[in-house]
Design a binder for this molecule. Structure first.
Ligand SMILES: [Fe+2]
Length: 351
């Protein structure tokens, strides 16, 4: 590791947006109060399904409001009018608890802010879209933010940093802890045990599965499984026939700046680290630019119970501020992943 790792880093809190939405909500919001939201509205050739798919194709985002739905299973059925092939969370991804079949928990503590990110950018198999289903609302403070990634990509490519990212790519380093090393130890620094992430208790099987995911593997002290994945910082998006930004600081150690039981650790001891693809570190200024470029094109989606949001993983990044619940307050979203795809990275001449 380079000596810059031991330097205390600056904590960068995202601004999320400029204060006015980068994308006019009328372009992607569908008020469902004019629909009955019964089996008839679930017809794939029905009016609602057609509007949802057209909106998603044109904007990369659909937000159903006033649905009157309260159960995840019902919201999922409407999300699936756009999400046609679901993906289960699998080896190498973050652990998620299943709320019901194919609906997962968001899998992050509410008090941690979640930097803008593209879902599963850090492994070889990602997803084309992600859907959120709102079960418990926190109006005004529980919004998810989405950032217009086409504009963020253009803005970043105008900078020296963006050009460097395009040229060098990135390296994702993830340290997976051993569950058995923490049986009677406070889980400080634990993000993801390899047993949970890779679905096995056998270290050889774990290493093999990680390697099958395209990760370089080595073992540290206490059976710490250390993985590296080299990838483009961009991804070619066929529909627009161009490369789009597909990386963010969410896979950097700063992901944990507000994460309970990890935030107190110095960057070099945190479970994630991210560098350029030549293993050199980002400068503080580059990290700031990385956060800013998404913030400049952000829009909030302020969930109400029953809302369904489907987000194209290429055209938008998503994230959210930290949330502190007051007495009697709740905020719960379910997550649905769309069709998986094997990352192919950027394509020459498609900038
Ligand atoms: Fe996410």
């Amino acid at each position: 590791m380079s000596d810059t790792l031991t330097r205390r880093h600056e904590v960068i809190e995202p601004r999320w947006w400029t204060g006015s939405p980068a994308v006019d909500p009328s372009r992607y919001r569908i008020d469902c109060s004019e629909f009955v939201m019964d089996a008839d509205d679930l017809r794939p050739d029905g009016e609602l399904a057609t509007r949802m798919r057209t909106t998603f194709r044109d904007v990369g985002l659909v937000h159903l409001t006033n649905t009157g739905l309260v159960e995840h299973s019902d919201m999922r059925a409407f999300a699936k009018l756009v999400v046609d092939a679901e993906m289960p969370y699998r080896a190498g991804a973050n652990p998620r608890d299943v709320l019901e079949p194919n609906v997962y928990e968001v899998g992050a503590p509410l008090q941690a802010w979640l930097h803008y990110h593209h879902e599963m950018a850090y492994v070889g198999t990602s997803t084309k879209m992600v859907a959120f289903l709102c079960k418990r609302e926190l109006p005004g403070r529980g919004a998810t933010f989405v950032s217009d990634n086409v504009r963020a990509t253009d803005a970043l490519l105008e900078t020296e940093f963006g050009q460097k990212l395009a040229e060098l790519g990135v390296c994702y380093r993830r340290d997976l802890t051993d569950r058995e090393a923490f049986t009677d130890r406070e889980p400080i620094g634990v993000y993801n045990h390899w047993q949970h992430s890779l679905g096995t208790h056998d270290p050889d099987v774990a290493a093999r599965r990680a390697a099958e995911k395209g990760l370089q593997v080595s073992w540290g002290d206490d059976r710490l499984l250390r993985t590296r994945y080299y990838a483009s910082a961009f991804e070619y998006f066929p529909q627009l026939d161009r490369n789009l930004l597909f990386s963010s600081v969410a896979d950097h150690s700063m992901w944990f700046d507000t994460w309970p039981l990890v935030e107190q650790l110095p960057p070099e001891q945190r479970p994630l680290w991210m560098t350029f693809g030549d293993d050199t570190d980002f400068t503080a200024d580059e990290l700031r630019q990385f956060v800013d470029v998404y913030d400049r094109f952000g829009s909030p989606i302020d969930w109400r119970v029953g809302d369904v949001g489907v987000i194209c993983n290429f055209r938008f990044a998503h994230g959210r501020p930290s949330i502190v619940l007051g007495h009697d307050e709740e905020r719960e979203l379910g997550v649905l992943l769309g069709e998986p795809f094997e990352r192919w990275g950027s394509v020459d001449g498609k900038w």
